[in-house]
Design a binder for this molecule. Structure first.
Ligand SMILES: Nc1ncnc2c1ncn2[C@@H]1O[C@H](COP(=O)(O)OP(=O)(O)OP(=O)(O)O)[C@@H](O)[C@H]1O
Length: 208
């Protein structure tokens, strides 16, 4: 379980400050919505917390029960689902699941066959991802997150492209597989983050 601390976290692109001086502790297992209008900086903040985008000022620190974790190693502890992260289109579904779970340990007691059932994609297991619909791809992206044995789930616009059944499925996944983990949701759609008990409003962290 990992605690994250943001100390004066600030980011600018050229002359534009995206967020400024965020002081925040994200306790292990807590649930956060990151909200703000289009282009306000939600994805930039999540990428900074994931260590993908460097901050312009300030620090982000990560702590396990054993002490501070090097920021180079934080990627081993998290997974991200986001519209801008593409799936490898040339793989079939079964190939992709096998490939992904060579690098990330799956949660205990779940087999690839179980995953296919839970994703309700079993009949598509030999289809290349390039032939998947946008909703099927979105379920797969979320499944790769929820089925990975990591402490932190970062979900950027998690229900985009999902139909009603998919949205119900997403909420069930959160309840079933998310309860003990830290979840960060970037969203403007309240239905995506009803389970979150904390909120970061990007607009509250703009340079005045
Ligand atoms: N690599 C980059 N270089 C320059 N500017 C960038 C870069 N990435 C993002 N931006 C700018 O940072 C701002 C915040 O973008 P970001 O994608 O974080 O917003 P968002 O809140 O996630 O938006 P949306 O709701 O539309 O997904 C935008 O003005 C965007 O143009």
């Amino acid at each position: 379980m990992i605690k994250i601390e943001l100390e004066g976290a600030s980011k600018r692109f050229q002359y534009e400050w995206i967020f400024n001086n965020i002081q925040l502790t994200i306790p292990a297992g807590s649930k956060w919505a990151i909200t703000g209008s289009n282009g306000s900086g939600k994805s930039t903040l999540i990428k900074a917390i994931a260590g993908i985008t460097p901050l312009s000022e300030g620090n982000i620190k990560y702590f396990s029960n054993l002490g501070e974790i090097d920021s180079d190693q934080i990627f081993d502890h998290l997974v991200i689902s986001a519209p801008y992260l593409e799936l490898p289109e040339e793989f079939t579904l079964i190939e992709l699941l096998k490939f992904h779970f060579k690098f990330k340990k799956p949660i205990e007691s779940i087999s690839i066959s179980n995953m296919l059932d839970i994703l309700y994609l079993k009949e598509h297991q030999h289809k290349p991802i390039s032939q998947f619909s946008s909703g099927m791809k979105q379920r797969l992206k979320l499944g790769l997150c929820f089925f990975s044995d990591v402490s932190i789930l970062m979900l950027d616009e998690p229900t985009s492209n999902l139909d009603k059944r998919g949205i119900v499925w997403y909420n069930e996944m959160v309840m079933q597989y998310g309860s003990r983990r830290t979840i960060l949701v970037c969203s403007n759609e309240p239905k995506e983050f009803e389970f979150c008990t904390n909120q970061i409003r990007i607009e509250d962290h703009k340079k005045k």
